[in-house]
Design a protein around this ligand. Structure first.
Ligand code: CAA
Ligand code: NAD
Length: 297
């Protein structure tokens, strides 16, 4: 079975990008949000991103203005926004990209397991939670995988495809093929905390925040050090703003609770404080740095 129609639940930072790359891959996409304002925000982000991509295609001489316009119209035409989860019933694949809260995700997968056609593959874009627990909640563990995309989805070339002990071989192969159709390079992962990237990346981000908390160096200097000393495209403090401080905290809280003896999992107080103050990073306009839209202020 080929994946032709895809559902994405949550059209935030990650979801809007997943919706877009799936449509760019030629698939029909149903984007589900919990309220009208969030849906409009998500679709607006897609419009902005498509316009940017089209502009670049023309600038680089890869497309004529007419071809670029046709690309935007074709891609946008494949996307349908809705507030009704019943519109997901006939999707071949449904990807969850809602808040990093396991209880909320499990409730959603239980609902999806009840309303999607029996052949629908279910996937989570979770950064940190066990896919197996969500798979059990869905009632169709053989048809569940992790599909972990990276931020910003439109530009990052990786997708981690996660299998549990119960994932069907054919479902796993289809999930990898879907990642490729979205223009990504898939890597296969087991259902371990943080899979490959976040198991390495989140403790690194944590260490940079602990360093800041201790006053070892300024945020600017920590970032400059890693950019110029290691060739990273952005430093770890900017990256935390980019990922979202609320999401980073949710990842760490889940791990500390589940693996209290793992020393790499620790919650910096400075992170908790910022989230309490509503400073969530780029998405709220301030985190460890101030932001003016997508750019640092
Ligand atoms: N859609 C279309 N175009 C976009 C875009 C989008 N969403 N975002 C940026 N662009 C365009 C920009 O407009 C820019 O175009 P111009 O060259 O025409 O100006 C171009 O892409 C490059 O963007 P930037 O100018 O912002 O510059 P950059 O070269 O610094 O690239 C970046 C940005 C790709 C984000 C780079 O900084 C980077 O790779 N950062 C690290 C990101 C990273 O590590 N992500 C992983 C986070 S962890 C995660 O995702 C997992 C988890 O579970 C938490
Ligand atoms: P976000 O807060 O930007 O977006 C979440 C969206 O889901 C919001 O727009 C919200 O309105 C919507 N939503 C919440 N509950 C819903 C429901 N029941 N039904 C429909 N919509 C609902 O968060 P995000 O950064 O996009 O993260 C989404 C998921 O992706 C999380 O599991 C996160 O861990 C993971 N992730 C995040 C990043 C990152 O860098 N931020 C990277 C990879 C994976």
């Amino acid at each position: 079975m080929a994946i032709r129609k895809v559902g994405v639940v949550g059209c935030g930072l990650m979801g809007h990008g997943i919706v877009q790359v799936a449509a760019q891959g030629g698939m029909q996409v149903v984007a589900v949000e919990s309220d009208k304002a969030a849906l409009e925000r998500g679709l607006g982000r897609i419009d902005k991103s498509l316009a940017k991509l089209a502009e670049k295609q023309v600038e680089k001489g890869k497309s004529t203005p007419e071809q670029a316009k046709a690309f935007v119209e074709k891609t946008r035409g494949l996307i349908k926004g809705t507030l009704d989860k019943k519109d997901l019933a006939d999707c071949d694949l449904v990807i969850e990209a809602i808040v990093e809260d396991l209880a909320v995700k499990k409730a959603l997968f239980k609902e999806l397991g009840g309303l999607c056609k029996p052949s629908t593959i279910l996937a989570s874009n979770t950064s940190s939670f066990p896919i197996g627990e969500m798979a059990a909640a869905s009632g169709r563990p053989e048809r569940m995988v992790g599909l972990h995309f990276f931020n910003p989805v439109q530009l990052m070339r990786l997708v981690e495809v996660v299998r549990t002990d119960r994932t069907d071989d054919d479902v796993f192969a289809q999930a990898r093929a879907f990642g490729e159709a979205c223009g990504k390079s898939p890597v296969s992962c087991k259902d371990t905390p943080g899979f490959v990237v976040n198991r390495l990346l989140v403790p690194y981000m944590t260490q940079s925040l602990l360093m800041l908390e201790r006053g070892d160096a300024s945020a600017e200097d920590i970032d400059t050090a890693m950019q110029l000393g290691c060739g990273h495209p952005m430093g770890p403090i900017t990256l935390t703003d980019y990922v979202g401080l609320d999401t980073t905290l949710a990842i760490l809280k889940g791990w500390v609770e589940r693996y209290p003896d793992e020393p790499a999992f620790e919650i910096p107080k400075i992170l908790e404080r910022k989230v309490k103050e509503g400073k969530l990073g780029r998405k709220s306009g301030e985190g460890f740095f101030k932001w003016d839209g997508d750019k640092k202020a």
